[in-house]
Ligand binder design. Structure first.
Ligand SMILES: *Cc1c(COP(=O)(O)O)cnc(C)c1O
Length: 430
């Protein structure tokens, strides 16, 4: 019962606001708050259970709207102490929800098309949301080193958040990531280790390290702090609804790596319904993968409940998890809400990156290309209804994955600095 001892030792001093306990997603058994991630009875994944705020929805809305312009406005719904906004953290969130009318025209969407642009976060991806919460959990449990297994964006987010919080960081990535992601993971001054293998190898290595004295006192944001980390993705659901005027979108398209983000956005919508902050209406959740790493999409299409691991081979490296931990839960949610999971190939990913840039002036990373690519495909297939409100996530910044578009995005002409040369290039308006 080693795991339970940890919980007993740590809970007395733990203040994570409305978080009441950890509960098993499979058997429902409850555990005291601690750095636990698997159920001691059935090994199912644990998630945070809450004492959600009492009071009227109108009061809660007012309290949220009076909060800071970042995820801490939702502190009453997150596993963080009430004074979280005063602590040194990277304070992500409240990114733009862009009404994408040009893109809507191009895709024949009439019901309202929005891009939730998470490239605007401090380290330019959605990962800042989950890491900011994990930092608070790490502080509460007394960890002094922050770590993770990462497909790239997480490593940068952990590096930055640890620097700001005054913690040591040591993060692990596959050795062959994009230059932009490697530099962003290293520049904040923490330790960065490239592992010779793919993400699934990195993840396996980290699981071993956690059980070894070498990793003692380390908070792995996506392993032993995973239940807390995951809750950060709920803030996407909260923000989207608040930015739509406290309304659920009819349809939302979400990229899938481990599937955590998708499951927690659903959890966020459900909480808002339960609290009476939004009207209880049906919504559909769609999942997006790259064809070269599409284990969840393959299972969805085959009607399977289990996800068969794949060996990733795609330019969408931030989504390249061949054995996604939350895959089965993603399948449940897509089926329960009437959504779907689909995939696009690398060429379609590049086309979609350029489509978003050309129509809306938003340069997304490959994960954004995957999400918009799948959106386009599902609209054309009649699966996504163009007459309903649709939100598409752009979860990262295109500057991190320049290689995807650099071959086809170059200077139109290179000329001598003279009007004659410019005229000769044929680009003048007259
Ligand atoms: C990590 C990541 C995701 C999805 O992550 P999940 O593991 O499914 O929660 C999506 N987009 C980007 C850019 C990411 O870095």
């Amino acid at each position: 019962m080693a795991v339970q001892t940890i919980a007993e030792n740590t809970t007395s001093s733990v203040d994570l606001g409305p978080a009441a306990a950890l509960s098993c997603r499979e058997c429902g058994e409850r555990f005291e708050l601690g750095p636990l991630f698997a159920c001691a009875s059935c090994f199912g994944p644990l998630e945070v259970a809450y004492d959600l705020p009492a009071g009227s929805p109108e009061e809660l809305k007012k309290r949220i709207e009076a909060g800071p312009n970042n995820i801490w406005r939702y502190a009453p719904l997150l596993p963080v102490p009430a004074d979280v906004a005063e602590k040194p953290n990277i304070n992500p969130g409240f990114t733009k929800l862009v009404k994408a009318d040009n893109l809507a025209r191009e895709l024949d969407v009439t019901g309202g098309l929005y891009v939730k642009d998470d490239s605007g976060n401090p380290t330019h991806s959605f990962k800042d949301r989950v890491v900011a919460i994990a930092v608070e959990a790490a502080r509460a449990f007394g960890f002094t080193t922050l770590s993770c297994s990462s497909t790239g964006n997480l490593a940068g987010a952990v590096g930055a958040a640890a620097a700001r919080a005054g913690l040591r960081s040591c993060v692990f990535i596959p050795h062959d990531l994009e230059q932009g992601k490697v530099v962003m993971a290293a520049v904040y001054g923490g330790e960065l280790v490239g592992i010779e293998g793919n993400y699934d190898d990195v993840n396996r290595f980290c699981s071993e390290l956690i059980g070894d004295p070498l990793g003692e006192g380390w908070g792995f944001v996506n392993v032993n702090l995973r239940p807390y980390y995951g809750e950060g993705s709920k803030t996407l659901a909260y923000e989207i609804c608040e930015q739509l005027g406290w309304k659920l979108p009819d349809q939302i398209v979400i990229p899938i790596a481990s599937g955590s983000q998708l499951t927690k956005i659903d959890k966020g919508f459900q909480e808002l319904i339960k609290l009476g902050l939004v009207e209880d209406r049906p919504y559909k959740i769609f999942g997006a993968q790259a064809e070269g790493c599409s284990p969840v999409s393959a299972a969805f299409k085959a009607g399977h409940d289990v996800v068969r691991p794949q060996k990733p081979n795609t330019i969408a490296k931030s989504l390249a998890i061949g054995n996604p931990a939350d895959g089965p839960y993603v399948l449940d949610i897509a089926r329960r809400t009437g959504g779907a999971v689909d995939d696009v190939n690398d060429e379609q990913v590049v086309d979609a990156i350029k489509l978003l840039a050309r129509t809306e002036g938003i340069f997304g990373e490959t994960a954004g290309g995957v999400t918009l690519g799948v959106t386009k495909k599902l609209i054309e297939a009649g699966v996504i209804d163009p007459t309903l409100t649709t939100v598409v996530l752009n979860t990262g910044d295109g500057l991190k994955t320049l290689d995807a578009v650099s071959a086809t995005s170059q200077a139109t002409a290179t000329i001598k600095p003279s009007l004659d040369a410019f005229r000769a290039a044929g680009l003048a308006s007259a």
